[in-house]
Design a protein around this ligand. Sequence first.
Ligand code: GDP
Ligand code: IMO
Ligand code: MG
Length: 419
Amino acid sequence: MKIDVLLGLQWGDEGKGKVVDVLTPRYDVITRFQGGPNAGHTLEFNNRKHILHNIPSGVFREEKINIIANGVVLDPVVFRRETDTLEAMGVDLTRNLWISRKAHLIIPTHRILDAASEAAKGKSKIGSTLRGISPTYMDKTGRNGLRVGDIELNFREKYEVLKEKHLGLLRLYDFEYTLAGEEEKFFEGIEAIRRFRLVNSEYEINSFLESGNSILAEGAQGTLLDIDFGSYPYVTSSNTICAGACTGMGVAPSSIGEVYGVFKAYCTRVGSGPFPTELFGEEGDRLRDIGKEFGSTTGRPRRCGWLDLVSLKYSLMLNGVTQLIMTKTDVLDSFETIRAATAYSVNGILSDRVPYNLDADVDPIYTDLPGWKTDLTGIRSKEQFPPELKDYILFLEKELQTPVRFISVGPDRNQIIEL
Ligand code: GDP
Ligand code: IMO
Ligand code: MG
């Protein structure tokens, strides 16, 4: 068996959580392989909305194993809140949710360092989710980090050593903070983690593969937020691309099967950084209002703009996407004209590549297509698609040279059509 990977092709929030929930019945195991509680993955069914931050989006389907693998950074406080909520709803997690011993832990001072660093950057702040992601990955690569497996022996001592290092660093910032109450919550979170099955997940995942079980790996964030290939420094601190699935789970590149690339029918971005097709006027507000574009993790309004095929092609190249999934198609239902950037003018020169410096003078060159002006939210089969939508999909497939496999037409589990 191979591992299929599902990831975001834009700046996150493409609807990955919803699609993972839809695909889960086809798999035995769902994994998260990078990122942490900066993610907010929304699922909707039975008129209820659930937002997951640390936990894979397969948890609502019975009998599926969900694994938080080594590449993830885990916040015990968020984890406890999430597991308590799910268990109160009757979701049985202790049997089906496994955690890698090699996943790194976010401790309270990581969150404070994140906030201090952002405050010190002033106007050039990254717009981080303030969940401690960057300091935790810095400690991981700096070889100072604490891992889930550390809670099994002398954890308090190891914690104090790291905390003291952080307090030293915090003295370098002119930043007021308090740890009051935070450490208690953190250690309660550690106790919550102890209730779960801690595993060497690289072995477990590879044995699942050997014994013929199917695995879906759920990406967090999006390709354009990748630490290497995103619009650095306005990125997150992990490899969000398909290669991150290999290091984030301990599987060989040859074990990757399908790569599902999820994209919105337009673009959004939260936080700072370049966004060539961003709309500032009435059209941007309209996308935000209809698409309810407010962050699932922080509630911040998302910046909105037209679909950008130049960056989408870049994402397809970096990930080796085999199938496309377009979400939020219904958000364009009322638009007379739908625009997609098919090239950039970079300092006056036409280009089909994402330039090194996206802050340069980048003007998108648009192709306009007629809107379908039809309510798609009740549509459940491709035969019901309006002709303009069929043409739009053909246009995308031709431009992107990749088949579109699913069209999502609303937030609910049922609002999706397989082509
Ligand atoms: P993720 O981080 O990629 O999982 O995406 P988020 O959950 O942060 O953001 C996607 C938002 O769009 C959520 O509020 C979803 O409920 C919603 N959503 C997902 N698919 C669709 C869709 O096809 N149409 C509409 N209108 N909303 C959708
Ligand atoms: P999901 O998985 C959208 C953005 C932040 C900020 C930058 C760095 O829900 O798609 P960080 O906290 O990671 O240091 O923030 O990355 N960001 C996201 N934007 N969706 C996400 O996750 C994001 N996770 C981080 O807004 O610009
Ligand atoms: Mg999200």
